[in-house]
Design a protein around this ligand. Structure first.
Ligand SMILES: Nc1ncnc2c1ncn2[C@@H]1O[C@H](COP(=O)(O)OP(=O)(O)OP(=O)(O)O)[C@@H](O)[C@H]1O
Length: 310
């Protein structure tokens, strides 16, 4: 598939001397949904701000739809729709006017049929004459998307589209983004939520401390991330793990009162039932069992570790 965005050797050093991007290379394919994951301060917003032309890079280059973002700023910027994290619109403005106004900012001629299509696609047509202050939070978010789509961009950036929204609204937003992709728009979203990447993305990039440490097909990444930790609370503390438990990768914690087993949830045999059977055979009794999915933070930590070790 053809690339719609090419990022090469991108660096950013802020005036303070802080290096927020340390040479990022990335190709975004036309028509895909790409999720950019990263802990706070990783450099996601810095990278998006540079691609969208809101901030200057210190080094490297970016092209959007074939246009260099510095030499052909207007052409590259008009290929992009950006949905920022914060909602900022005039509370007293009508929905349809704010969307038309955004289109005008890009020098595009008025096109009522297109604006109607965008508003209908986002289920906002019935609200077109409402003032922004009369809308719910979810509707306001959809207006922000309508504004970003108003000038017919080929790429849509969504910066944490579901930060701080409830589960139901998050699911609506995922459905909506899937529908937008079906219209041919390439979508790049940043998120802290692994479920969001799992639900929507075709590919996932992980950025940490200004470096893109991994870019992978989602299916491959989910396989790697499908880890859980089983904690077995023992009836009696153990001084050491018996040799008979050597075939499982276990650790003994909590002053010998807990056995921890990290397993791969995608494996055909997780080893959980055989471990519990072996504990029974050895006469090791337990009071409680608890499993925990690796958190996004654990995953980052383990990815960063793997990267450093490699
Ligand atoms: N204007 C600035 N001057 C100096 N340092 C900055 C500036 N803006 C951002 N930074 C630093 O650059 C790093 C990357 O910030 P950025 O906002 O790109 O991260 P992020 O991945 O978007 O984080 P978050 O998930 O918290 O939004 C952070 O350490 C941040 O403190």
């Amino acid at each position: 598939m053809a690339s719609i965005i090419t990022v090469s050797g991108l660096t950013k050093t802020y005036a303070s001397g802080f290096q927020a991007l340390k040479g990022v290379d990335l190709e975004i394919e036309e028509g895909e949904i790409f999720a950019l994951l990263g802990p706070n301060g990783a450099g996601k917003t810095t990278m998006i701000s540079i691609i969208c032309g809101n901030m200057r890079a210190s080094g490297g280059s970016v092209t959007v739809a074939g246009h260099d973002i510095v030499k052909s700023y207007r052409a590259s910027r008009s290929a992009i729709g950006l949905v920022p994290q914060e909602l900022h619109t005039d509370a007293f403005e009508r929905v349809i006017d704010t969307v038309r106004f955004s289109r005008g900012l890009f020098g595009k001629p008025r096109n009522d049929a297109y604006v109607e299509k965008v508003l209908r696609d986002l289920s906002l047509w019935d609200k077109r004459n409402n003032k922004m202050l009369e809308l719910s939070g979810g509707m306001k978010r959809r207006v922000m998307i309508a504004k970003a789509l108003s000038h017919e961009p080929r790429v849509l950036f969504l910066d944490e589209p579901t930060a701080g929204v409830d589960v139901e609204l998050r699911r609506d937003m995922w459905k909506l983004i899937g529908e937008l992709r079906a219209t041919g728009v390439t979508i790049i979203l940043t998120t802290h939520y692994i479920e969001e990447a799992e639900e929507m993305a075709d590919r996932v990039g992980v950025i940490d401390k200004g470096e893109l440490i991994l870019v992978e097909e989602k299916a491959t990444l989910m396989k790697k991330l499908g880890r859980k930790t089983l904690t077995v609370s023992l009836g009696e503390p153990l001084h050491a793990l018996p040799a008979e438990l050597g075939e499982w990768n276990l650790s003994l914690n909590g002053d010998g009162c807990e056995i921890e087993y990290v397993f791969d949830t995608q494996a055909s045999r997780t080893g959980v039932s055989s471990l519990l059977r072996r504990l029974g055979d050895l006469g090791i009794g337990y009071k409680d069992l608890n499993t925990q999915q690796s958190s996004l933070e654990d995953i980052f930590v383990s990815l960063v570790h793997q990267e450093k070790a490699a």
